[in-house]
Write a protein that binds this ligand. Structure first.
Ligand SMILES: NC(=O)c1ccc[n+]([C@@H]2O[C@H](COP(=O)([O-])OP(=O)(O)OC[C@H]3O[C@@H](n4cnc5c(N)ncnc54)[C@H](O)[C@@H]3O)[C@@H](O)[C@H]2O)c1
Length: 325
């Protein structure tokens, strides 16, 4: 299949392009490079431009004739979305709407969409979260993603079929010889920040909240290897290609790890302690966020393969290689 990948110069998009190419598919990246990297586009051509530019998207569809699209392009910082909601609503919702319309009008009627666990807001209980959990985002980032999901679903009436994938916490990297990995600026995710502190590229990692009702008092999250996410996108494309109906699936392992367990995994991989400081809880951080991903298993035939140690080790190799250059 030929697949248009918006945001394919970013972290998860570049890993999905790698996974698609490896399976014999043809990725075409559409990215403005506002936050992505030219060096991460290795597995197919780059169309450089904005997802909200309908003429450009229509031209890319006419030239490359993709069978389907995966929409990753978005702004991803929750804190920034609170400070600047307009920026997030414009990029993640209004431009996504324009993109979906243009794809549909151009005959690209199968779309896989990057959504997020942030659509659920604060969990109503500590049980793993299933797709029918109430969707009440507590920040503009989550709101913008939920609105885009809803709009995409509404295009069913025009023949569009889609799968929205709600990821929990993405981490890890492709085999080191591929030369792709997580490179956000600023980096707000826990695993890269723990490793950057461990490698001496940051003074320390700040751990927020040590009095949560979890097994060691730190917040518990569901970390999923970026290659497991990439495999789920491929499974969703296959599902749609074989006639599957519009749906939404969580992507996580169903096994949470606490902040301290992540630090310990990093210390095992590094072979030494990570400089750290402990702070009060951050507003809006729930104690636990774990996926019930049984729908992705049943409908897409998808199964995560990597555990926390493998996630952390692959991310460490990537950050080490960046430190060396
Ligand atoms: N990283 C995570 O843990 C995580 C978790 C849940 C959901 N997601 C979702 O996954 C997707 C990818 O996340 P990521 O971590 O790879 O982010 P990223 O910032 O590395 O990649 C996003 C890419 O989109 C591009 N982009 C942004 N706006 C654009 C626009 N208007 N036009 C064209 N290109 C544009 C950027 O240049 C960048 O290359 C996002 O939609 C995000 O909301 C990520």
């Amino acid at each position: 299949m030929k697949i248009l990948i918006t945001g394919g110069a970013g972290y998860i998009g570049s890993h999905t392009a790698y996974a698609l190419k490896k399976e014999g598919h043809e990725p075409v990246v559409l990215d403005s490079l506002v936050n992505g990297h030219n060096w991460a586009v290795k597995y197919g051509p780059l169309v450089q431009g904005d997802i909200g530019d309908a003429a450009l998207v229509a031209r890319a569809c006419a030239e490359h004739k993709p069978d389907a699209a995966i929409h990753f392009a978005a702004f991803i910082e929750v804190g920034e979305s609170v400070a600047n909601p307009q920026k997030y609503m414009e990029n993640n919702y209004h431009k996504a709407q324009r993109l979906f319309d243009t794809l549909c009008d151009s005959g690209v009627k199968r779309v896989v969409f990057s959504s997020t666990a942030a659509v659920y807001g604060t969990p109503v209980s500590e049980a793993p979260i299933a797709e029918d959990h109430p969707q009440k985002p507590i920040n503009p980032y989550g709101e913008s993603k939920l609105l885009a999901e809803t709009y995409l679903r509404s295009l069913e009436s025009k023949g569009m079929r889609s799968v929205a994938l709600r990821y929990f916490n993405a981490a890890g990297a492709a085999p080191i010889e591929e030369g792709i990995g997580e490179a956000h600026d600023p980096e707000t995710h826990l695993i890269p920040n723990v490793l950057l502190a461990g490698l001496g590229l940051k003074d320390e990692v700040k751990l927020f909240g040590t009095d949560y009702p979890t097994r060691d008092g730190t917040a518990l999250r569901d970390y999923i290897h970026v290659l497991d996410l990439a495999a789920a996108h491929l499974a969703a494309l296959n599902y749609l290609a074989s006639g599957g109906a519009t749906d939404v699936c969580n992507l996580g392992t169903g096994n949470g790890s606490t902040v301290l367990e992540v630090v310990q995994a990093a210390e095992r991989a590094l072979g030494h302690a990570v400089p750290q400081s402990r702070h009060e809880r951050r507003a809006g951080d729930p104690p636990m966020l774990v996926a019930n991903a049984s729908r992705a298993r049943e409908k897409l035939g998808w199964q995560p393969r990597y555990n926390l140690d493998e996630i952390v080790t692959s991310a460490l190799e990537w950050h080490r290689s960046k430190k060396a250059v």
